[in-house]
Design a protein around this ligand. Structure first.
Ligand code: NAP
Length: 465
């Protein structure tokens, strides 16, 4: 008995759907994250293979050309530095959203004027979300990449939210008119055009400081647009994959908002991410104590318990392998070393976990903020490597601070604090850090990779025995 091709395609799609769900589940924990990525990749390959079996494909030549072009763009995109991952993600989203908008447009012109109301409604949702996500993601990527002609700072003006809301309402009104009469083809380009403009307007008032959160939110819009496309094309796989993407992007935005103490309504209405004033006064008036690698090695080797707090600077310096050497040397000396990971350390959620895992730091040594905070008062040394905002005690104490209320790693409660960074420059939030002026704090000025390397050499060479 031979199975019909349609049945085979449905089975392939079903396996792909299950793999997408498993991928998200496994991506939840560092220990299973690699398996999650693999499941997602296999799921996507199956989805593409299933689609290639579809009878609707008339000419494989164009499919082959599209695959080659996609691979030519995708491979270099996959090779960018981890620190550029937010803008890379935004670009991928822009491509996806562009694709959704184009497919929706093709369906509209093929089926008009006899499109049923439900199909026209989801089609309108698909192209409006797709269009605004396309231009919004391009803007976000441009801002993060510091592209010359795109203003990085938030551009705001009076009544901005009202203008944005009006644009959105007009787009919805045009969409409703199309649902009522899909034969009015003149409305279609107007609707798409407004969505494209709205995407730009949505991102204009946001500063680069909040862009990763916005990218995650745009990711959920792209997912919802893909789910809507699934209804238009009658594809269950697209509906499920789009819904998963939409929900996970939304959840991630909420998690990031909480970790940075931003209100979610602020994100939804766009006008956030104003430039935060750098408080220079404190930095000028107070003095800090600095130390050499030799002194740092001495203090570390005399400690019983050390907590290492990595941040964006460790990622930029690519210091994770040197940090692993430091971990090994100290552990051999009998020092209990753990890592304190803040949920938004670095430039994307999980940034530090990925880097430390790349350097083979055991997962059970990486502790989340809530777990490590209870340990910090009993810690001899908190060694901060290229982290700044996520350790700033002003978030706990200074009600005027722009990061007031953001949960932080309580490193100031450790007996001694050592901070590796190149200068007194602020971090992402652009504010001074009172931690550096505490009596218990030693500043270790230098590049993270070079400085950690020097400490390791001191420890191995006996300088810190
Ligand atoms: P941070 O506050 O941006 O500070 C990083 C520090 O690293 C800087 O003060 C810098 O000081 C230092 N640095 C840079 N290059 C270095 C090098 N080569 N060697 C040594 N130090 C170096 O980083 P963070 O503490 O990780 O905090 C993350 C920030 O990003 C937070 O404000 C968070 O809200 C924001 N954010 C994160 C996410 C996310 O998902 N992770 C999303 C949105 C926003 P010097 O210049 O003096 O060296």
């Amino acid at each position: 008995m031979t199975l019909p091709a349609n049945f085979l395609i449905e089975v392939i799609y079903l396996i792909a759907t299950v793999l997408f769900i498993l991928a998200l589940m496994w991506l939840n924990a560092p220990r299973t994250a690699r398996r999650g990525v693999l499941a997602g990749e296999v799921g996507m390959i199956l989805a593409v293979v299933g689609t290639l079996f579809e009878h609707g494909i008339i000419d494989y030549q164009w499919v082959a050309i599209a695959l080659a072009v996609g691979a030519a763009i995708g491979i270099p995109l996959g090779l960018v530095q981890m620190t550029a991952a937010p803008q890379r993600t935004a670009l991928s989203q822009a491509f996806g959203a562009c694709c959704v908008t184009l497919v929706g447009s093709a369906e509209f012109y093929l089926r008009t004027p006899t499109i049923p109301r439900f199909t026209m409604s989801v089609l309108a949702l698909e192209v409006v979300l797709g269009g605004l996500t396309f231009t919004g993601s391009l803007m976000a990527a441009g801002k993060l990449q510091e592209v010359k002609f795109i203003p990085q700072r938030p551009v705001t003006y009076r009544g901005q939210n009202i203008v944005n809301l009006t644009i959105l309402v007009v787009a919805i009104a045009v969409a409703v008119a199309l649902v009522r009469n899909p034969g009015h083809t003149v409305y279609y380009p107007i609707m798409v055009g407004i969505a494209l403009v709205f995407g730009v307007m949505l991102i204009v008032p946001i500063g680069s400081a909040d862009m990763p959160t916005v990218i995650s939110l745009l990711n959920s819009y792209a997912g919802l647009a893909a789910a809507a496309m699934g209804f238009v094309l009658n594809s269950k796989l697209l509906i499920v994959a789009g819904a998963l993407d939409g929900c996970s992007g939304f959840s991630l935005s909420v998690i990031m908002c909480k970790a940075m103490n931003r209100s979610f309504t602020n994100v939804m209405f766009g006008a956030f991410g104003q430039v935060q004033a750098v408080s220079k006064g404190a930095a000028e008036a107070q003095t800090v104590r600095s130390a050499s690698a030799e002194e740092a090695a001495g203090i570390l080797s005399a400690a019983n318990k050390v907590v290492i707090v990595p941040g964006y600077g460790m990622a930029v310096a690519q210091a994770q392998h040197k940090v692993r050497e430091l971990f090994d040397v100290l552990t051999k000396k009998g020092v209990n070393v753990t890592f304190g990971i803040h949920p938004v350390a670095g430039r994307m959620p999980g940034h530090m976990n990925v880097l430390l895992a790349e350097a083979d730091i055991p997962y059970d040594r990486m502790l989340e903020m809530d777990d490590i905070n209870s340990d910090l008062p009993q810690t001899d040394v908190a060694l901060i490597i290229g982290a700044n905002d996520v350790t700033n005690p002003a978030a706990r104490t200074d009600t005027t601070s722009p990061i007031y209320g953001m949960p932080i790693l309580d490193v100031d409660k450790a007996r001694t604090v050592m901070v590796i960074k190149r200068s007194m420059s602020p971090g992402f939030a652009g504010i001074d850090n009172p931690l550096y002026y505490l009596d218990k704090t030693l500043m270790l000025f230098g590049d993270a990779k070079a400085f950690v390397g020097s400490i390791v050499r001191e420890l191995v060479g006996g300088g810190g025995s």
